[in-house]
Design a protein around this ligand. Structure first.
Ligand code: GLN
Length: 281
């Protein structure tokens, strides 16, 4: 008699559900272990009585336990889809959020009508924003910076795998950056230190999340320094917290940006704010 544990697809998914793993998460983890693409959920349904043995049930149980302990699915899979791109991610970078696609779409709108626009992504992390922009606009000259060498290593791997030409630099926001950008875009840390929401984000890099007592330290710094690096008519676009739109618009207007406005995320919450810099007023 074999001592191997044999379980069917349906049994494995039922065990995961009993552990408290969400159905979609469990399906993605199982497809990952089977070496199948994440779009293959229909395959699981069609094969729910297939028996899986060897060490697969044990490896699946292990991933489920890590998920229950709060690790993002993206880290367990080692990848995350963002704006149509498959990005490699791990604990060195914040997991790209679907809401940030709003920022990319807005950035692309701002680039319309500009030929070979110069763009810089501040705090690029996995490279998500910079790579999505470069992918959508092959003529854009895209720079991406991060103060974390660890994060930049991940971003560089993503650029290489996706064959997208982005220039990377290790820098603290705009320190040492060129001038003359058509667009500065950033999803900086914006969570207030001590925010109870941080407990749910404990597996992600704190440096990518927290920004002083009100969460606005980095945004204040970027708003203050951006004008020196923008062309006349250049845009600054920032992602921020669900309750920070008014504060960020006030900062932008006070610094002298015009056409200051916000855009909603997928949940209808004003999640990004930006404005245009005019050198000739
Ligand atoms: N959107 C993230 C969250 O609150 C925070 C990302 C960030 O600070 N830039 O889950």
């Amino acid at each position: 008699m074999s001592t191997m544990t044999t379980m069917t697809v349906a049994q494995l998914l039922a065990a995961a559900a009993a552990q408290g793993v969400e159905r979609l998460d469990a399906q993605l983890l199982l497809l990952h272990l089977l070496g199948r693409p994440s779009g293959d959920r229909a395959w699981l349904l069609a094969h729910d009585s297939d028996a899986l043995d060897d060490d697969l049930p044990a490896r699946f149980a292990q991933l489920c336990s890590r998920r229950i302990a709060g690790e993002p699915v993206a880290y367990l899979l080692g990848e995350k889809e963002f704006h149509g791109l498959g990005l490699q991610v791990d604990a060195r970078v914040l997991v790209p959020r679907p809401d940030t696609e709003t920022l990319v779409d807005w950035a692309l709108d701002c680039m319309q009508g500009r030929v070979a626009p110069a763009v810089i992504d501040l705090g690029t992390g996995s490279g998500a924003i910079a790579l999505a922009i470069r992918h959508a606009r092959a003529d854009a000259r895209v720079t991406a910076v991060d103060r974390s060498a660890d994060a930049l290593a991940v971003a560089r791997i993503n650029a290489q795998r996706l064959k997208l030409d982005v220039r990377f630099a290790e820098a603290d926001w705009l320190a040492g950056a060129d001038t003359g950008f058509d667009l500065i875009v950033s999803n900086p840390p914006y969570v207030a230190a001590g925010d109870p929401h941080l407990a749910a984000l404990q597996h992600e890099p704190l440096g990518a999340l927290v920004s002083g007592p009100d969460g606005l330290d980095d945004i204040r710094c970027i708003v203050d320094r951006a004008p020196a690096h923008l062309v006349d008519g250049g845009w600054l676009l920032l992602e921020h917290g669900w309750d920070q739109a008014e504060a960020v618009r006030t900062l932008l207007a006070a610094r002298g940006f015009v056409q200051v406005q916000s855009r909603d995320d997928l949940a209808g919450i004003a999640r990004c704010s930006g404005g245009i810099w005019r050198t000739v007023k």
